[in-house]
Write a protein that binds this ligand. Structure first.
Ligand code: HPA
Length: 288
């Protein structure tokens, strides 16, 4: 449907709610961010180092889902990173928490209504590719949706985007190139790979990891995929970065624990913060 056709239809309740939440958030700050950042498990520290930021608990934002996952503060932080106004989600909600897919992507809807046109999605992930190291960072080239559903199922609201969004360009190549280049410059080793998104909350079996490797996945996690699909729907460009918090099931002769996932996030904090600080201004120069 064309923009003029969309204008004739009434916005959905989801749209109206996203609009209300966006208005509430923007009422707490003079900044008008064009870039969103979502910090994954154990990676929330980035948002603590932003002086003068507005910090808004999810529980105070109208219609916003609350994060129940460990390692997720549940706060929106609006401030400047390297002079670029950004909206940072310190923690996200996951499908495995029992939220519907619509709820999982609601924060993306809100960020879009706030005026955000590019998003940096980060996550903790298991390393499937044997060349990856625990604690390494991986720039996402693409994903495989194995969550068994899609956040866009149901009536389409053309005010957000079209019925059948293209997924071939959502992981924006120039952002990937910028991240790899900045990594090199900063002496941070960064790999590239494909993210397999599963629902969790159980970690995978060794057989599932062998299967995921066969179908072309390099890392595995329980988030990000719905948000990327929502971003594609709304014409938002994505940079995805995984932190390999553990090697995937069956690679090492040891169980996977959420403590290990959190500890690794904490350990790579400095590299992670440096990379985000470098790449955000470059994303800001290449907005749709
Ligand atoms: N599997 C799925 N999700 C994860 C993992 C994993 O090994 N590590 C961190 N998140």
């Amino acid at each position: 449907m064309s923009a003029s056709a969309a204008a004739k239809t009434k916005p959905s309740q989801e749209f109206a709610r996203a609009e209300a939440a966006a208005k509430f958030i923007l009422g707490k700050t003079k900044l008008r961010p064009s870039i969103g950042v979502v910090l994954g498990s154990g990676l929330g520290a980035f948002a603590n180092e932003i002086p003068g930021a507005a910090r808004i608990d999810y529980k105070n934002i109208p219609h916003f889902p609350r994060s129940t996952a460990i390692g997720h503060a549940g706060r929106m932080v609006i401030g400047k990173v390297a002079d670029v106004p950004v909206a940072i989600m310190q923690g996200r909600v996951h499908f495995y928490e029992g939220y519907s897919m619509r709820e999982v992507i609601f924060p993306m809807r809100v960020m879009a209504r706030m005026g955000i046109r590019a998003v940096l999605l980060t996550n903790a992930a298991g390393g499937i590719n044997r060349n990856f190291k625990q604690g390494g960072l991986v720039v996402l080239r693409d994903h495989i949706n194995l969550q068994g559903t899609n956040p866009l199922i149901g009536a389409n609201d053309e005010h957000f985007g079209e019925r059948f969004p293209d997924m071939t360009q959502v992981y924006w190549k120039p952002y990937q190139a910028a991240a790899l280049q900045d990594g090199k410059r900063l002496g941070i080793e960064i790999a590239e790979g494909v993210y397999a998104g599963l629902t969790g909350p159980s970690y995978e079996t060794p057989a599932e990891i062998r299967y995921l490797r066969t179908i072309g996945a390099d890392v595995v996690g329980m988030s990000t995929v719905p948000e990327v699909i929502a971003a594609a729907h709304m014409g938002i460009r994505v940079l995805g970065i995984s932190c390999v918090t553990n090697m995937a099931a069956g690679i090492l002769d040891q169980p996977i624990t959420s403590e290990e996932v959190m500890e690794t996030g904490e350990r790579v904090k400095a590299d992670f913060v440096a990379l985000l600080r470098a790449v955000i201004p470059r994303m800001n120069k290449d907005l749709p």
